[in-house]
Design a protein around this ligand. Structure first.
Ligand code: FAD
Length: 310
């Protein structure tokens, strides 16, 4: 059995594996796709102390750093079920999609999240070429340009306020007839001179010139008329979905499906810790996920030395 079994191989899982392995305890990582969301990222300019890097390069560096240690990496393995220990101090089981079962004294869940997509023509084609999902990450790439934000919930309105300070113009596009964001955010948004708000609008297509985004087509849901916005960027803010469906009913999840953790990364199950975008941690970023993964691993080690397990 493992001392620490990490589920997920993104920034959080990689950091957890490195911190655990450095304690000289038996560490494993099971990941559906080692590297995680970083693999889908182009420019990364906020990985503190590294002015510029690219996702695939960072993903390779993550894997290499984990491999520097005695860590059992099980890549391309999807976890399907977590079985808590049946007695205090017992082993936790993880069932994989391939039928195998892994056993461990502690588990760190770091399965990350995925952005909900609009699902319209052009969105995939122009991903990272004008279609973006993370204003903290990609906002500065659109300095002085025109952008749209899709979604009028808190994250969409926050993104629009943030982007209004960087870009030349922001159009907020909401499907519903009104915004759902908190009043204080809506008031702030409406006070900005370079923001337009369009409600009752169904986004139907991302336009581009073959290289990058050039516009957004939407349908007015009241009169059915199609419109085209000319712009250079589209930030899709219609939800971040944690990869935790498989954990439903096993441990405490927030109403959004995030794994509820305390400041040590402890979940509602003894011996089970969690880190990164899959959890209730505020702000979903690479450096934050790495810090949280390290915290979870140190907490798992602390749990082991306080119990008869180690
Ligand atoms: P993830 O990176 O999502 O990794 C999750 C891991 O779990 C993966 O290995 C996945 O395969 C695995 N997994 C999922 N389900 C299972 C399962 N059931 N069983 C086994 N394994 C599973 N952040 C920044 O700080 N700067 C940026 O510039 C930046 N740009 C971004 C650009 C894009 C396009 C995207 C999508 C995100 C960007 N982010 C950026 C956000 C950043 O990538 C995430 O905050 C970070 O990757 C979260 O790390 P994580 O380890 O929690 O999860």
């Amino acid at each position: 059995a493992f001392d620490v079994l990490v589920v997920g191989g993104g920034p959080a899982g990689s950091a957890a594996a490195i911190y655990a392995a450095r304690k000289g305890i038996r560490t494993g990582v099971a990941a559906e796709r080692f590297g995680g969301q970083v693999l889908d990222t182009m420019a990364i300019e906020n990985f503190v102390s590294v002015g510029y890097t690219e996702g695939p390069k960072l993903a390779t560096a993550l894997e290499q750093h984990v491999k520097d240690y005695d860590v059992d990496i099980m890549n391309l393995q999807r976890a399907e079920k977590l079985l808590p220990a049946t007695e205090a101090g017992g082993l936790i089981e993880l069932q994989l999609a391939n039928g195998a079962t892994l056993k461990s004294k502690t588990v760190i869940l770091s399965t990350g999240a995925r952005w909900r997509q609009m699902g319209v023509p052009g969105e995939d084609e122009y991903r990272n070429k004008g279609v973006a999902y993370c204003p903290h990450c990609d906002g500065p790439l659109f300095k002085g340009k025109r952008v749209a934000v899709i979604g009028g919930g808190n994250s969409g309105v926050e993104a629009a306020i943030d982007l209004a300070g960087i870009t030349s113009h922001v159009t907020l596009v909401e499907f519903d007839s009104k915004l759902r964001a908190d009043d204080v955010l809506q008031r702030k948004l409406r006070s900005l001179p370079n923001v337009d708000i369009i409600v009752s609008a169904l986004s139907t297509e991302v336009l581009g010139d073959g290289q990058k985004v050039s516009g957004l087509v939407y349908k007015d849901r009241v009169d059915g008329v199609m419109h085209t916005l000319e712009l250079e960027g589209i930030f899709v803010q219609i939800g971040l979905l944690p990869n935790t469906e498989w954990l439903k009913g096993t441990l405490e999840l927030s109403p959004r499906g995030e794994i509820v953790i305390d400041e040590r990364g402890q979940t509602s199950l003894p011996g089970v810790f969690a880190a990164g975008d899959a959890t209730t941690v505020p702000y979903k970023q690479i450096v934050i996920a790495m810090g949280a993964g390290s915290t979870a691993a140190l907490s798992a080690f602390d749990h082991l030395i306080r119990s008869p397990l180690l």
